[in-house]
Design a protein around this ligand. Structure first.
Ligand code: UTP
Length: 296
């Protein structure tokens, strides 16, 4: 059996400009897909991978995330009084009892790499996961036929290979300038040895259309490499640059094509797709949604 991934970092200190004006006050990660905020899907995936310590990298505008995972005394006692056991379980179930949430701040949005570096004092020197909650990855986690979450698949591979693992997905060639892109040598159906990575290349310069998406399993060593990383694309400290340095040093970082569907909920079309997908998974909602789409 592989070792569980105990610590997972959620960098949630970005500005979320693509959802303004809502994100003036609502953290992007609190936007719901049906009745659950994006951050809940991400936390469920981390817990599925074995995590018992969740580290949220937040900023002063994101108090709602801490509130969401906190105990809601008044609401819970009202639901208890009224005998609403099912709702009470939902409210209390945002974080399983054995899991603790730790909040660290990123004082300035200096990039994803910098956000991850802010978690260094909590993670220390052990392999850890990173989940970007706006990439919602669905592998049938609800109900019968549920598959392993993407991070669990990656944690198992990282442990078996004793290497960093990065989630990748094929994207249209015209979109390479929106992602970190890897050049990799296939090992099997799903994994490949990364040769090099480049952040947001123009389609003409991209070595492939294998794009890095929001899941990583990284060794503690990445923190020292992040400390040495200077601002790259967009003037930000890029996680991709530190992973490239890790690759040079250790010679082995794997790209992994996860089993599941990814919804990029960092943009409007992705959030709509995720909502429709989840609605169709729900036997009570599916007929209404199908009929409404027919009318449209
Ligand atoms: P995005 O590129 O999606 O940026 O960040 P964003 O600010 O969240 O959203 P837009 O583009 O303005 O709409 C990718 C991930 O990295 C985190 C974000 O919170 C998101 O999870 N991030 C990014 C940080 O935590 N800090 C940063 O300085 C930058």
């Amino acid at each position: 059996m592989s070792k569980p991934l105990r610590k997972v970092v959620f960098p949630v200190a970005g500005l979320g400009t693509r959802f303004l004006p809502a994100t003036k006050v609502v953290a992007k990660e609190m936007l719901p897909v049906l009745d659950k905020p994006l951050i809940q899907y991400a936390v469920d995936e981390a817990v599925d991978a074995g995590a018992d310590t969740l580290i949220f990298v937040t900023n002063r505008y994101k108090h709602a995330i801490a509130d969401y995972f906190d105990k809601a005394y008044e609401l819970e006692s009202k639901l208890q009084e009224k005998g609403k056991a099912e709702l009470l379980a939902l409210v209390q179930g945002t974080l399983p009892r054995h899991v603790r949430a730790i909040f660290v701040t990123q004082p300035e949005a200096l990039g994803l790499g910098h956000a991850v570096l802010c978690a260094k004092p909590v993670v220390g020197d052990e392999p850890f996961g990173v989940i970007l909650p706006d990439d919602l990855i669905w592998n049938g986690q609800m109900g019968a036929g549920a598959g392993k979450g993407a991070l669990r698949q990656m944690a198992e591979l990282a442990d078996a290979q004793q290497a960093g693992v990065i989630a990748v997905e094929e994207v249209p060639h015209s979109d390479t300038d929106k992602y970190g892109i890897v050049d990799a040598t296939p090992v099997d159906d799903r994994s490949a040895l990364i040769r090099y990575m480049v952040e947001k290349p123009k389609p003409a310069d991209a070595p492939s259309n294998l794009a890095v998406v929001g899941r990583y399993v990284l060794p503690g060593r990445i923190f020292q490499l992040l400390e040495q990383t200077t601002p790259g694309a967009g003037g930000e400290i890029q996680l991709t640059d530190a992973i490239e340095a890790l690759l040079k040093e250790q010679g082995k970082v794997l790209a992994y094509r996860f089993e599941g569907i990814r919804f990029d909920c960092g943009n409007k079309a992705g959030l709509v797709r995720a909502t429709m997908h989840m609605a169709m998974q729900d036997p009570k909602l599916a007929p209404t949604v199908r009929a409404f789409l027919g009318q449209l």
